[in-house]
Structures are given as C-alpha cells and as structure tokens.
Design a protein around this ligand. Sequence first.
Ligand code: PEP
Ligand code: CO
Length: 463
Amino acid sequence: MSASTSSRTFAVDGWTPSSWRARTTLQQPEWPDRALLTSARAELAKLPPLVTSFEIDALRSQLAEAAAGQRFILQGGDCAETFDGCEPGSIAARLKILLQMSLVLVQGGKRRVTRIGRFAGQYAKPRSSDSETRDGLTLPAYRGDLVNGPAFDAASRTPDPRRLVRGHERAALTLNFIRSLVDGGFADLHHPEYWDLDFVKHSPLAKDYQAMVDQIGDGLRFMETLVGVNVAQVHRVDFFTSHEGLVLDYEEAQTRQVPHRAGWWDLSTHFPWIGVRTGAPDGGHVEFFRGIENPVGLKVGASTEPDALLATIARIDPHGTPGRVVLITRFGANMIAKHLPGLVDAVKRSGRPVVWICDPMHGNTETVVPQSGPGKGIPVKTRKFGHILAEVEQAFEIHRAAGTWLGGIHVELTGEDVTECTGGARGLSDEMLARAYTSAVDPRLNYEQALELAMLIARRMAR
Ligand code: PEP
Ligand code: CO
C-alpha cells in the first residue's frame, strides 16, 4: 500500500482535536472576549472547508516523492498576508512568479516541481515580545490580521476573535480566485506569456528567461508530436496552499473527520507548518499537529538540538510515513555549515523519510541604516540576496556530502516590484530600500530577485 493510501491514522494515544489545550502552548493571543471566541469557533466549525482530504493526499504523495529525491518543492509567498492585500492583482502576480520559478526549476533540475503557496491563510505571526511600547504606551504586539490590527491604538491591537472568521473568508476568496485562474488555463504550459509580469521586458534577466521558455515550448511541442496528446491535459499545473499553523483555536475549529475516510483533517490548508518558536516536542503545537492527516512542516533553526528534533519527528510521524514530515531549515548563511550537517546526520541515522527544504530567508534578516536617500538614518529590516543564495548553495552541498537530497526551497517573495531585500542582478542598495517597501513583517524578494534565485538554483541543479 502506498504512503498516500495508508490506512493507519495519526490520531492515536489520547489525541483529540483539543488535546493540545492541556499542554504549554506558546504564541497564542489573549482573547479578552471569551464569548466571542466561542461563537467564532462554532461558526468556523460549520463553514465549508477550504481544501479537501483528496487534495491533501495528493500533496502527501508528492512530498513522498520529494523525500525520495524524485521531486522538488517550491514553497513561497508573503511573510504575512493581510486582509487588505486580498486583491486580484497581487494574487495573480504571486501565481505568476511561482509559475515562472517552477518552470525554470523544472528546466534546470529535470524533475517535477510541486508549487506550494504561502497563501490563502498566512495571516498569523509569532512575535518575540507579547507587547510593544511607544512613547510610554504599552499595547499587545501585532500578531497578524488573523488576531489584531497593525495600527498602534488599543482598539486595533486588542485581539478580536471575529478576525478568525474573517481570515477564513479572505482565504476562501483568495483560493477561489487561484482555482479559477488555474482551471481557466492561466497556468497552461503552452502559454507562458500569460504569466509575464509587466517589467520582465526591462529586466536584465529577460533574455535568459526567454531562452528557457522557448526551450520548454520546443520540448512540449516535440513531446506532443511524439505521443500525439496535448500535454496540458496530461499534466495540469496545480498549486497547494500552506501557512504557519500558529493560532490553534483557528486550526482546531477547521479540523474534521470526513465521510468514508479515517482520521482527522485540518481543512484550513493543505500543508500547515510549525514555526521555529513553537516546535518543542512536548508543546501544544506538536501535540495538535501530530494527530491530523495533513503533511506537517517543521521549521528547524540554530537553536534546534538533534535530540529534540528526533523526539518531535517521532511524535508527528510514529510510523515513518514518507512525506509526512517536512523539515524546513533556516540558519543563516554564516550558521548553516555549523548546524545543518549534525541534524542531517542524526535524522539520517534515525532512518526517517523526511523531506528537507531550505528556507534561506529567516536566518538572514538584518537591520541596516541607509546613509542617504529618502530613508536616510532610519533603521530598516532587510536581507541580502548574496546571503540568501549562499545559504541555498551550502544546503545543496551539505546534503550532497551527506548522501541526502535537498527536496526544495521555502522563500518569502512577492510578484511585485518591491524594494525590501538588497542585491541581485540590479544591485539594489540600502539607499533604495525606501522606494517601495510594503511588507507587513519580513522583507521579501521582489519579482526579479525571485526569478534570479530560481535561475541560479536551476543552474546549480543542472550541474
Ligand atoms: C516565517 O516563516 O515567517 C517565520 C516566522 O519563520 P520562523 O518560524 O522560521 O522564524
Ligand atoms: Co517571515
């Protein structure tokens, strides 16, 4: 029996959708209005789900292929989606850049690529401090639109459970548009020109990209002539959704049993991941996610100890199911060589069939102070393209040396022409950051930087 149709379920050993409540659960909002919370949870529990168990199974088998080195995962999107940002232009632009990157990666890696968006529900953020103080006023920290608002006033910052329902609705609107675009032929490999973003023409990368697109077009036509079918009908390009499974009131309310199938499914997304701050083996998040049938991502950072990681993996994946656990590593370009080899070695010796994904964003965040320009003297959070690339390249090399397989990348990006990360082909400097810095939380690769990263990775994979 294949992994995807395994009859073993994960809801064992006293697990229930609410068993996490008996554990220490970090990063949860203090909801002041408990009655509102109860009604929001009840409403969420009866609304239609965002995804289906069949789609989740399809992703799980693709992840099993990635664990075995036969597939590459491209996971990307905003650090934090906002309710305001739920508009067609930015959703389509994110699909376009993920499609373009995946095309380039297929070309270079000669492997199938699975696209997973950090979208349709990426509304909750972990914070290093529960509160924020400005000019003597202390208010709760902004925890993402799922919980409260970013404006610094008491009304905005008070956690509001009605936002849980609003988040579900915004996610549904986003997903509805994505599904229509994909079903309507937007993602047809025969028409990569549909995915062109306006400024591709002016990009220093335009020529290289066009050459790749032409090559793929030639390959498709060759295949179709050879086998006599339209490739688009055989391999429809699809997208999966993911978000950090942070606010467990939200996840629990959307976790259900479905007719004729065993187990419990978190139907708020195909692929939830556990953040680096909430991955303790005995904590509430690991308790919740160990019982659901979805594949589960686990962020791994410089503070992750091999023994704790193995304990967490054993709780989430007691049967050793390929594709069940995805380890998303994020150390920083200058820390990965110190930490990743030991963790790879420990997991390899445990024999667990995990997928390894490199997140080259979250260990490379830094604060710079531009020396001139409109943002002169104002500290700004950024990431250097060179550091991002260096972390991915080291990840490839460390896995190669260990005999394991780097199964994908996890990036924060946007399909728009923002200025949040520095470097790349256009040499964006600290002084240019103020021009179009719109991220709600972390700095994202802009469209060109994201495409360039994919091209450089594809080149590396082709070697
Ligand atoms: C994130 O992915 O935006 C995030 C907060 O990551 P991490 O848990 O790795 O810090
Ligand atoms: Co982030």
